[in-house]
Ligand binder design. Sequence first.
Ligand SMILES: Nc1ncnc2c1ncn2[C@@H]1O[C@H](COP(=O)(O)OP(=O)(O)OP(=O)(O)O)[C@@H](O)[C@H]1O
Ligand SMILES: Nc1nc2c(c(=O)[nH]1)N=C(CO)CN2
Length: 196
Amino acid sequence: MSSDPTVQPVPASVERKVDDADTTLQNPKWAVVALGSNLGNRLETLQGAVDALEDTPGLRVKAVSPVYETEPWGVEPGSQPNYLNAVVLVKTTLPPVSLLERGHAIEEAFERVRDERWGPRTIDVDIVSYQDVVSDDPQLTLPHPRAHERAFVLAPWHDVDPAAELPGRGPVTQLLAHVGHAGVRPRVDVELRLPE
Ligand SMILES: Nc1ncnc2c1ncn2[C@@H]1O[C@H](COP(=O)(O)OP(=O)(O)OP(=O)(O)O)[C@@H](O)[C@H]1O
Ligand SMILES: Nc1nc2c(c(=O)[nH]1)N=C(CO)CN2
């Protein structure tokens, strides 16, 4: 019994939202993040992005792939410098859109300039997949709509998780066998550190 007029009942919709948030916080999800750089000190920038991801509240970097030297995909051959690419496996309590926002903030921190489609960039942070979420929202399409055709994503991902599957597309092993390794080669002379 409450006679205090300032105590309002909590609406069921608010209770549900709080419960959902609690469930998310107790239930970290796996996500796969692809990193690419073809301007500036590419390796330093990739490491900076890995460290910035790890510095994110609610996110832990669980695995960092080998680094690949890759030919620019989707543009005129020779029109851009080669990329360094890598893939990072993370466990996070952030919802997908917050993970995307964090990726954009990291791109901004590295002064990425967006002018042309698939233009050269200091850093690109793409959300390849978020658990088994499938979404065709253009702001955040999951899995990434072009990941299945990109050896520069599939090869490093396969290295850190050979049993991985791309939701709706199938096992990464099969997708990689289909696209082949042309234009991507492991850079065994360099590596990214898994933050401590
Ligand atoms: N899975 C995703 N990961 C990252 N961005 C996404 C994703 N799905 C949709 N987007 C949207 O795509 C927009 C453009 O992203 P970006 O500039 O990184 O594209 P891009 O890297 O040049 O090309 P691509 O999308 O082919 O990798 C972003 O602002 C973002 O809202
Ligand atoms: N090799 C390579 N090519 C690309 C890359 C990339 O990361 N690596 N990213 C692109 C836009 O996301 C377009 N083309």
